[in-house]
Design a protein around this ligand. Structure first.
Ligand code: PMP
Length: 449
């Protein structure tokens, strides 16, 4: 018998959920064990690991995933925003097939890269000139390096909980493998603190890099005042403002900062814009980007074997010009916004200590009452309840990030949104007493601190 009794402890309920997961996924477990022979912990992308072992996916189509163990799931993760087109979108597929017919890896410029760059520059006006990279990480590394070269300064301001790539992570005090810049870490959405720091370090500060909505930290949007304050303070200090729109560029036609009337000096892109292929781009004001003009005798060199790889160029261009129309972007974000409102209404009605933050087609769950404005607010979320939500949704055939993030693809329709809302409603219903007890205990703990 299930131990979802009204007085069961969170640990007992979680143990039961994990056991059910282990029992349902023997082939994923076998794959994991095998994988540990060649990769540390069986893993090559940290975020994909979770205890007791990650579920292995064998195949995907549209907004569905099929696991190695025969499970079928609705993909609400959308590859952490890179999967905007859905799996195997016919336009993207045709573009890749056609590119393959002409061979890959020319060791030369090709006929697609400049067209793709022009389409991106037209879509994101802050990118007067741009260059391609192979990932969002690389795009941000290049943008920061460009800012340092342009301003001849070395300090870079980032925000607590911000994430700009594998060597640019600022959650929990940063990372030992971050690139060694002289980082200044400020609290997100605190314009007074940021403005004061910019004024204090202005003469040495090359750049401020900011996500217009923190993605990895849990879909926490910047306020308009905060982003605008960063814009004016950087302008006063001669510091470059870099907007990392690797995730958020999908949230409106011209990116998220544009909706707040903020035009950065440099902007970075990644994820979905490569049509699902490896992709990144950095760009901005023409005079800054002209540092890379190879016709200049003093040009900065920007290398990368795969920067103009024909599969990314073809898939990205086809998606941007044929699929991501004004209407498609608006409809996707309206669907996401409606879904988030609906989920939050369910949580409110249940009086649950759960909320979904985000904008448009991106959202994240937080087991927190009250506003979530920065990493410190998000850190109050109960990790055990998050794990339970993940396994409960999985048992109802819904795939989200283990840390509670979701992003919608174009393949998701109202039917899938209904299925998610029903699954969240069932979670709230079934786990209601546990949620109430657990959140009561966290408030007592918080009050005692
Ligand atoms: N910036 C942001 C805002 C991101 O969310 C990510 C990826 N999660 C990156 C940069 C890094 O992109 P990539 O994983 O392609 O290196």
């Amino acid at each position: 018998m299930s131990i979802t009794l009204h007085n069961a402890s969170i640990d007992a309920v979680l143990a039961e959920a994990r056991e059910a997961y282990v029992a349902a996924n023997p082939r994923s477990l076998a794959r994991h064990v095998e994988a540990t022979a060649a990769m540390p912990g069986g893993n090559t992308r940290t975020i994909l690991h979770f205890a007791p072992f990650p579920m292995a996916i064998e195949r995907a189509d549209g907004c569905r995933l099929w696991s190695a163990d025969g499970g079928e799931y609705i993909d609400f993760l959308g590859e952490y925003t890179a999967g905007l087109y859905g799996h195997a979108h016919p336009v993207i597929r045709a573009a890749i097939d056609e590119a393959l017919d002409r061979g890959i890896g020319y060791g030369a410029v090709n006929m697609t890269e400049a067209r793709f760059a022009a389409a991106l520059a037209a879509r994101f006006p802050a990118m007067e000139r741009l260059r391609f990279t192979n990932s969002g990480t690389e795009a941000n590394v290049m943008a920061i390096a460009s800012a340092c070269a342009y301003t001849r300064r070395r300090k870079v301001m980032v925000f607590e909980g911000g994430y700009h790539g594998g060597v640019l992570g600022f959650a929990g005090g940063g990372s030992a493998i971050n690139v060694p810049y002289d980082w200044l870490v400020a609290p997100y959405n605190d314009e007074d603190a940021a403005t004061a720091l910019i004024a204090e370090h202005g003469a040495e500060l090359a750049a401020v890099i900011v996500e217009p909505m923190m993605g990895s930290a849990g879909c926490i949007p910047a306020t308009r005042t905060f982003l605008q304050a960063l814009r004016s303070a950087t302008q006063r200090a001669g510091t470059l403002l870099i907007c990392d729109e690797v995730m958020t560029s999908r949230l409106s036609l011209h990116g998220l900062a544009a909706t707040m009337d903020v035009r950065p000096d440099l902007m970075t892109l990644g994820k979905y814009l490569g049509g699902g292929m490896s992709f990144g781009a950095f760009g901005g004001k023409a005079d800054i980007m002209s540092l890379f003009d190879p016709r200049r005798p003093d040009a900065l060199r920007h290398a990368g074997t795969f920067n103009n790889n024909v599969l990314t160029m073809a898939a990205g261009l086809a998606g941007l010009t044929h699929v991501l129309t004004t209407e498609a972007v608006a409809a996707l974000n309206a669907r996401g916004e409606a879904l988030r409102f609906r989920l939050n209404a369910l949580c409110e009605r249940a009086g649950a200590p759960l909320q979904f933050t985000g904008r448009g087609s991106m959202m994240a769950a937080h087991f927190v009452r009250g506003p979530v404005r920065n990493a410190a607010d998000a850190a109050r979320s109960d990790p055990k309840l998050m794990e339970l939500l993940f396994f409960d949704l999985l048992s109802r055939s819904i795939w989200i990030a283990r840390r509670g993030m979701m992003s919608l693809s174009l393949a998701i329709s109202d039917a899938e949104c209904d299925a998610l809302a029903e699954a969240v409603a069932a979670f709230l219903d079934e786990r209601g007493p546990l949620l109430a007890r657990q959140s009561g205990q966290s408030s007592l703990r918080a009050a005692a601190m």
